[in-house]
Design a protein around this ligand. Structure first.
Ligand code: U5P
Length: 298
């Protein structure tokens, strides 16, 4: 009978989904127009993907900068990373600071390492933020290239982890969609629109607006990214122009012409833990609320 057929049909869909572990989301895009995955909760099987990468004995370098009053964010950043960030994998943090004495003593898990690097303090927060590209380029060139490092992630420190950030995030070149701009049309994106800047993106062009608070990939790809952004920042400085959102503008220009092989949804950098939005079902990593005027040097 018809009802029997309908029953059989529904049952086979249900079993099909459960037997194959069918994953996917219909409320968000989980692939870019150039076929790079966009990682959202519900698009991957954490146990399966962990078991694949477990066989590869990988090391993930993770860089973070804490200058001036930003050292206050380190304790929460590191403690929460030890709870949620690449758990079960080898992680080597590289921490750049102007005050090594202010680094909190956080107990790290097995196969988790921390190297502290002293760098000079700077007077402008924009210079601290932009200067990271140059320091990262040199770190990869002079140090990481000689070590057994497979991937690198470069993260803001005024942040905290609240949920799993694992091997599902790995790829050759990984960008994170900015949490303010994932659900708005392109004309809202705050790209640099002055042709005098090396970060210039013409109106009507661009795929996504990416955050500079988190990006990563293979050593080779991130080296090329940081080198290119550093060169473009230098040219702008020589021409006395500063892109509207500093190194983030240059990063967006870079990603426009060097498409990321994987994108992370705003689950991987949310605005503030207290704000929720329908499609973001889990907040993995988030900026913490801060008073910019109080915490920044100028
Ligand atoms: N930063 C500092 N000290 C400062 C300003 C910025 O360490 O005084 C670094 C932090 O790593 C911060 C990043 O997460 O630059 C980006 O700055 P912001 O845009 O989050 O303020």
């Amino acid at each position: 009978s018809l009802s029997w057929l309908i029953y059989l049909g529904l049952a086979s869909i249900w079993f099909g989904n459960h037997l194959t572990g069918n994953l996917g989301r219909t409320d968000v895009a989980s692939v870019t127009p150039w076929l790079a995955p966009i990682v959202w909760e519900g698009t991957f099987d954490a146990t399966l993907i962990d078991s694949i990468y477990k066989q590869q004995n990988i090391t993930i370098a993770t860089t973070v900068f804490a200058l001036g009053k930003y050292t206050r964010f380190l304790k929460d950043f590191l403690e929460s990373a030890e709870e949620h960030y690449f758990i079960g994998f080898r992680v080597h943090y590289y921490l750049f600071t102007d005050q090594p004495e202010a680094i909190p003593n956080v107990k790290l898990g097995q196969e988790r390492y921390l190297t502290v690097k002293k760098i000079p303090s700077l007077n402008r927060w924009q210079d601290i933020s932009m200067g990271r590209m140059d320091i990262l380029e040199k770190l990869i060139e002079n140090e990481l290239a000689k070590e057994k490092v497979d991937y690198i992630f470069c993260l803001d420190v005024d942040t905290k982890f609240y949920g799993r950030w694992g091997v599902e995030s790995l790829g050759h070149l990984v960008g994170v969609i900015h949490p303010w701009f994932f659900d708005v049309p392109r004309f809202i994106f705050t790209y640099e629109h002055r042709p005098e800047s090396q970060a210039y993106i013409p109106a009507g062009v661009g795929d996504y607006y990416y955050t500079a608070a988190a990006f990563g990939g293979s050593l080779k790809d991130v080296h090329h990214l940081t080198k290119t952004c550093r060169e473009q920042l230098n040219i702008d400085a020589a021409n006395s122009i500063e892109a509207v959102w500093h190194e983030e503008s240059h990063l967006n220009k870079y990603f426009l012409y060097n498409k990321p092989s994987k994108l992370l949804s705003p689950e991987y950098l949310w605005r503030d833990i207290s704000m929720s939005v329908g499609q973001v079902k889990i907040i993995r990593f988030s900026h913490v609320a801060k008073n910019n005027a109080e915490v920044r040097p100028n």
